[in-house]
Design a protein around this ligand. Sequence first.
Ligand code: PEP
Ligand code: MG
Length: 585
Amino acid sequence: MSDHKAKKEVVLEGIAASPGVAHGKAFLFLQKQVDVPCYDIKADAVDAELERLDQGIVQTHKEITAVRNKVAKSLGEGEALIFDAHLMVLEDNALIDEVVSDVRKQKKNVEFCFNKVVNRYIQFFSTVEDEYLRERVSDIRDVSRRLLHNLTGSKKASLSNLAGDSIVVSEDISPSDTADLDRHNLLSFVTDAGGKTSHSVIMARSIGIPAVVGLHNATDQIKTGDDILVDGYDGLVIINPTEERLFQYGKLATERRKLEAIYTTVLDEPSETRDGVPIAIMANIEGAQEMKQVASMRADGVGLFRTEGIFLRSHGYPSEEEQYEEYAAAAKAADGKPVIIRTLDIGGDKTIGGESEEDNSFLGFRAIRFCLENVDIFKTQLRAILRASAVGNVKLMYPMISGLRELMRANDVLKAVKAELRQEGLAFDDAMEIGAMIEVPSAVTVIDLLSREVDFFSVGTNDLIQYLMAVDRLNDRVAHLYEPTHPAVIRTLKQIIDGAKLEGKPVSVCGEIAGDPIFASILLGLGAQSLSLTSSLLPEVKYFIRKMDSAKAKELVQEVLGMDDAHSILLRLERFQSETIGDLI
Ligand code: PEP
Ligand code: MG
């Protein structure tokens, strides 16, 4: 009898985040908590135990100092201050003395005593009135986690070396975890936390693997080595699937492959509706290495080059030359088609190292806000992008713009960089187009003002929806409130596209909804000139657009604008899709 027959099948329900089906072995990737053992020690082993504590502290001190120096070099002394605070925790005699006295009195191992004392500190500081002291909690947490890893000898988990056919099961996966990901052996991932537009999900879609998020407690129920099946269409994770279940999913995969083959037949056809209205279908990428796939999907260029990937992969701030190579490679590979390079959108869920923890990171020191305060980093990137504009059709775009002043400040830096390049005799395209992402609600209302400073707009619906609806895009507890079909979202999209049209500026949509065929109808009906999406999803969207009638899409928009709730709008869009492509799905 096979293994999966012998064990009971368990079905977990989560959020369908990236489509597809995967069957493989679970790899539990736990990183948040360190397993702290508890055991008795003999009286004559106390000194050796305390010696372990000393060694752990020395080792941790060395590690933090090394990171501190790296950050000070690349970002400046100001940014390195956080690590001084970490070192102070480690040098806190009161804390260490308490641990020493606990080990002596209780005759328990040192990591257990340290953990107990530190948790008491964390509890105390979390409740004090003084904001400065309260903020020390995250420093204490960071340092204690590092010291506990060193004391227990447990390495910080990594996804860089997976066994074949692994399905990663984790509490959460951050963009920095995915930077070193072993993509060849990763079949799928499932997480307790997360929403449909978290950056790890975007990565899953881009490499075409299924993902289910928001499972709440998958990490309690799945063990490394478990046989699991992931259904990225319906958001299910099945532990120990039965033979019958595997057979059903096998059939589904075959049908899906047939559908993909049908979608692919339109790739060489123009991107336009049945009645000949053109709409550019562009690709979202995270690095020049994706340009082969972009070309094979016949994308009309790159509508969003998320440059953070380059920074995350290099675990720091890559030089102008490294960045130039990457941007120029993408620009050359695009062969005359546009490549819209977005300046660094660090912060939120993307951290490079050296950033301080923020309570509301998506509302905090992120994207253009970070760049305008770190002008050296910003200038290095602008120089690289401008130089790449000499070898291809490069455009530049700023993320998270919230008002005109911010945009003017960014353009002032750009002007200064152009002057530098000119003086150095380095080539660039002086007429390179500049765009702003519309992803903050305030930008929607002042789009007329922003028009003065840019040539085009691109709507980042992933953020726009989270800011408009006050729903954290990563938080599984409120994921049901993240509704792209909410009337507020539809009305806002209309306001953006109408507003930009009035100013004669083209609008693209580059958030995840652009890759969902059911939204193509309203985006086109509202008048978006282009969609930019993960290239693996391009064939299906193009197939749908080519079957669609533009007049019908406009009528659909009118109808939907008169509707009052997200669910009925969603059903209406689904019906429009099935009416458009007949019985294909
Ligand atoms: C968006 O917010 O929709 C977007 C495209 O940018 P990102 O997902 O990288 O925040
Ligand atoms: Mg965004």
